[in-house]
Design a protein around this ligand. Structure first.
Ligand code: UDP
Ligand code: MG
Length: 311
């Protein structure tokens, strides 16, 4: 049995050595062969050189270097595409995900679970999470991170999901399979700084909602309906006022209000539809999810044999 550990790295030069040391320690205690796939996601520091040095000293280390920064979710997908394991673990490079948990993952995997995910204990689900869960139809375990073990069955199914707008936690939940969670306490980053920018986080949240839900589309129609109803009510009132012989104000205010409200509602609805259309455009372009510059590892897993070239 082979266990692949996939780690996306973006400017993690000070972390990869320690992570590799602890991974090697954990895997020595497991009755499994292991490979460590580090994906360099366009780092600007010397992460790639460090990874190459690790690959030179440990034949289990594979390095996948992307041509530029494609973002965490794409880097994860790239690593998963290049993993050969019967089970694949994905985790962060900054040691916020304790490698020691892999032992618990493997125990549960051997007990027959296809998917074992880690969830942070002792923290209240963040508002963003609760909002996403309220909006989308696929349940995502609260406070789970991109730290999990997937059986080969799950990996193969995951690789058949071609969408570009990726929210991997949601995609994995959507797949189903026999799942269970393992709790852990989140750590501080070992070294370096968080590389997710606010913009990336916001984009991911938007992807999560738009890719897993048509609620916003329905909300647009609902908003339109409400406005229409309000307009009709107002019209009925004017009609009544006229028939009852009441003086009607010159109506400038009402007119302006109506125009502004209607304009606003229409723009919102068009904007929501535009978000979906933009995503359809991204999907139909069928661009590869990532571009590989270099692969250090078994030759039969070169990029052109993987999905990147096939798509
Ligand atoms: N990461 C990546 N590409 C990016 C941003 C982040 O590969 O563009 C990696 C990063 O190296 C780390 C993981 O994704 O291994 C999580 O990133 P980070 O620690 O910045 O996010 P946080 O843990 O704060 O959510
Ligand atoms: Mg982190």
């Amino acid at each position: 049995m082979l266990l692949s550990v996939v780690v996306p790295c973006c400017n993690e030069s000070a972390n990869v050595g320690e992570l590799h040391r602890r991974l090697a320690e954990v895997c020595a205690g497991l009755d499994l062969d292991a490979e460590f796939i580090f994906v360099d996601d366009g780092s600007r520091d010397d992460t790639l050189e460090r990874l190459k040095a690790l690959a030179g000293s440990d034949p289990r280390v594979r390095v996948l270097s992307l041509s530029r920064n494609f973002g965490h979710q794409a880097a994860l997908s790239a690593g998963i595409d290049h993993a050969a394991g019967d089970a694949v673990v994905v985790m962060d490079a900054d040691l916020q995900h304790p490698p020691e948990l892999i032992g618990a993952f493997v125990t549960r995997w051997r007990a027959g679970y296809d998917l074992v995910y880690a969830f942070r204990q002792g923290v209240r689900p963040r508002l963003g999470y609760r909002l996403i869960n309220a909006l989308i139809s696929t349940r995502i375990p609260p406070e789970s991170a991109d730290f999990r073990l997937m059986d080969r069955r799950v990996v193969d199914a995951f690789r058949r999901m071609p969408e570009r707008a990726r929210f991997i936690r949601g995609m994995i939940s959507w797949l189903g399979f026999r799942q269970c969670g393992v709790g852990y306490h989140d750590r501080q980053r070992f070294a370096g700084r968080r590389s997710y920018t606010v913009r990336q986080t916001a984009r991911m949240a938007l992807n999560a909602v738009l890719a897993f839900s048509t609620v916003p589309l329905r909300a647009a129609s609902l908003l339109g309906l409400c406005t229409l109803a309000a307009g009709l009510l107002y019209g009925a009132y004017i009609l009544y006022a006229r028939l009852a012989g009441r003086p009607i104000e010159p109506g400038w205010t009402a007119l302006m209000l109506t125009v502004l409200i209607l304009g606003g509602v229409q723009l919102i609805c068009v904007g929501i539809i535009a978000e979906y259309v933009g995503r359809i455009f991204e999907e139909v372009k069928q661009r590869p999810l990532y571009v590989v510059r270099e692969w250090i590892g078994p030759a039969d897993r070169r990029p052109d044999d993987r999905r990147e070239g096939a798509r």
